[in-house]
Design a protein around this ligand. Structure first.
Ligand SMILES: [Mg+2]
Length: 263
């Protein structure tokens, strides 16, 4: 079957701070939580939101409130240009979009978090085929990653994965190289295209060999909860059965209670 995963360039994209404007929406909700004017909360935040006075336990309470009572994951605006760039890459180039997000770091409302995530992705017409809820993103295979979290960028680099830094206030201390830094989605798209065309050249492909969409009309969702298996084995599984399924994978956080505001 054409369009098997072995013939596709996989783009691993983070959501919060890369595709969805997490910090802008959280700023609104945090202002409500604090009972302060929006302007009292600095737009330039860092990991853990210390600029807004949050410590770990209170951040978890805020996060739970934001998701369960203010529909955080369905009420965020897309980051400018993200949706159109991703659609061009998927629909015109045949890039396989694999969403890799760490949104399940606070326990006991995963159903809501996953449901809101899927709803937002569909409502914004994001052409993804794989949806992975993972803490350790380097365990999920991709040809290039776009990520804003310093921790995730470091881990991907340590695993020798190619990662483009999506620039925001949380990652200014991270070096641009080796993967480069995109300051907006125009730059990110160009950088992804550059890698995609390099991959195509290295693979000896003179023209796109993948189909825009898999044949058949089913898009079954598989939920994986093993959380530790290298996704390359998953790719082999997909090749073997020739399926074209939208994959959903759920990974456990590496440490129970580990808190991060970034997905
Ligand atoms: Mg992020």
């Amino acid at each position: 079957m054409t369009g098997s995963l072995s013939e596709q360039f996989v783009l691993g994209i983070d959501l919060d701070g890369v595709v969805a404007d997490f910090y802008a929406r959280m700023r609104e909700i945090a202002a409500e939580w604090r009972g302060v004017p929006l302007d009292d909360l600095n737009r330039s935040v860092t990991y853990g939101l210390p600029e807004w006075g949050f410590v770990k336990k209170e951040y978890e309470d805020l996060h739970r409130f934001a998701v369960t009572q203010r529909n955080l994951f369905t009420s965020m605006l897309p980051i400018e240009g993200a949706l159109q760039a991703i659609r061009r890459l998927a629909e015109l180039e045949g890039v396989r979009v694999r969403v890799i997000t760490h949104r399940l770091f606070v326990s006991h409302f995963h159903k809501i978090a996953v449901g809101q995530t899927v709803e937002w992705l569909d409502a914004n017409a994001v052409p993804y085929w794989d949806l992975c809820f993972m803490c350790d993103k380097e365990l999920v295979d991709a040809d290039v990653y776009v990520e804003d979290s310093p921790r995730n960028i470091k881990q991907l680099r340590q695993a020798e994965r190619e990662v483009i830094v999506y620039s925001n206030s949380t990652n200014q201390e991270i070096s641009d190289e080796p993967g480069g830094r995109a300051h907006d989605w125009k730059q990110a798209e160009l950088m992804i295209r550059d890698r995609y065309h390099r991959w195509r050249s290295e693979e000896g492909r003179s023209a796109r060999t993948t189909e825009l969409r898999p044949k058949g009309d089913h898009a079954a969702a598989n939920v994986h909860s093993d959380g530790g298996r290298d996704d390359r084995s998953q790719r082999r599984d997909d090749r073997a059965d020739g399926g074209a399924l939208a994959q959903v994978r759920v990974g456990h956080q590496r440490q129970v209670g580990e808190t991060t505001p970034e997905g």
